[in-house]
Design a protein around this ligand. Structure first.
Ligand SMILES: Nc1ncnc2c1ncn2[C@@H]1O[C@H](COP(=O)(O)OP(=O)(O)O)[C@@H](O)[C@H]1O
Ligand SMILES: [Mg+2]
Length: 306
């Protein structure tokens, strides 16, 4: 792929926070590329580093180290951003607010009001456009934020857990709009969530975050096709044993699901002997060891559902 077909390139990106208990690494040396016009799901449990990554992408947080490159010259003109924790002033009337934002982006007032009203109609908020935000439910506020991000026809849209406050019909509606923007308008979209199921219908690529790292970066179709061998170990004290395996074998893919240690790799047959030896030497009791072939998809889903 030509370099300029990538909307964003992230290299060795790290964010460390100083906390009372010392330095905390929220994002740990991650690398990824975002292709133009595609939808990316940033998936992972709470605390995985999704929001910190997004804030670095939109320049609200300064990276400790690493590099983010964009194919766009002026990010502020082409970016639409829906933050995780929105700030909206309760005294505002949303149509006025959206019109104002549209004007800031260089759209004339009449046109801006028209676009604002269009989104209000789309989101079934037509009756509420001139009411104060204080009277809005959290789902309604979420819709205002989404409309805010879409006002100036962004080429790059970044949404941080935008479906959390929405009811199922609002969620479905948002996903439909995103799919339309991607396929018809070639908008590049990054959307974060802690559920894979809710996004899997619309995303083209998935980046799975865990403890500040990206543990999986895949095209969604590839993920569905791929299979990995997996070693399942039942033992006493799985946390301790998993930690020992992690230390002795440099392998990322070790998770604990329902008290079983799961190691997935394409080289399990080579590693099996060594891993079993480590478990035995740990002094913990080995209850069972199985090798199974699973789709990577199901491994990811199990991990995210645990
Ligand atoms: N300003 C901050 N100071 C200290 N720690 C932070 C700060 N912001 C986030 N963190 C920590 O970084 C980790 C990742 O947080 P976050 O990026 O919000 O994860 P996610 O969005 O995946 O839930 C969490 O452990 C969080 O507590
Ligand atoms: Mg978050």
């Amino acid at each position: 792929m030509e370099e300029n077909e990538h909307a964003i390139t992230v290299e060795n990106l790290t964010k460390r926070y100083k906390t009372k208990r010392g330095i905390f690494t929220a994002v740990d040396n991650i690398n990824f590329k975002i292709r133009k016009g595609k939808i990316y799901g940033l998936i992972g449990p709470n605390g995985a580093g999704k929001t910190t990554t997004i804030k670095m992408l939109v320049k609200l947080v300064k990276p400790t180290s690493g590099k983010i490159s964009y194919c766009y010259k002026e990010l502020n003109k082409i970016l639409g951003y829906v933050p995780e924790k929105p700030v909206l002033y309760n005294e505002m009337r949303p149509i006025e607010y959206l019109t104002y934002l549209g004007k800031l982006s260089g759209i004339d007032k009449g046109e801006a009001t028209k676009i604002a009203k269009h989104y209000f109609e789309l989101f079934n908020l037509k009756e509420s456009g001139n009411k104060k935000l204080a009277t809005f439910s959290s789902g309604m506020k979420q819709k205002v934020l989404i409309a805010q991000a879409l006002m100036h026809n962004p080429k790059l849209l970044i949404l941080d857990e935008p479906t959390t406050a929405l009811d199922p019909s609002g969620q479905a509606q948002l996903l439909e709009i995103l799919k339309y923007l991607s396929t018809e308008k070639n908008v590049t979209i990054l959307i974060s969530s802690h559920h894979m199921e809710e996004l899997e219908r619309i995303i083209d690529y998935v980046l799975i975050f865990d403890k500040g790292k990206i543990i999986l970066d895949s095209e969604i179709e590839e993920l569905r096709k791929k299979t990995a061998e997996q070693l399942e170990i039942e033992t006493t004290n799985p946390d301790k044993v998993a930690e020992i395996i992690r230390k002795k074998i440099k392998i990322n893919n070790i998770v604990i699901i329902k008290n079983k240690i799961i190691v997935s790799s394409n080289k399990i047959s080579d590693l099996r002997k060594e891993i079993v030896k480590i478990v035995v030497e740990s002094g913990e009791e080995v209850i069972s060891v199985h090798t199974v072939k699973k789709s990577l998809w199901s491994i990811v889903m199990e991990k995210l559902e645990k």
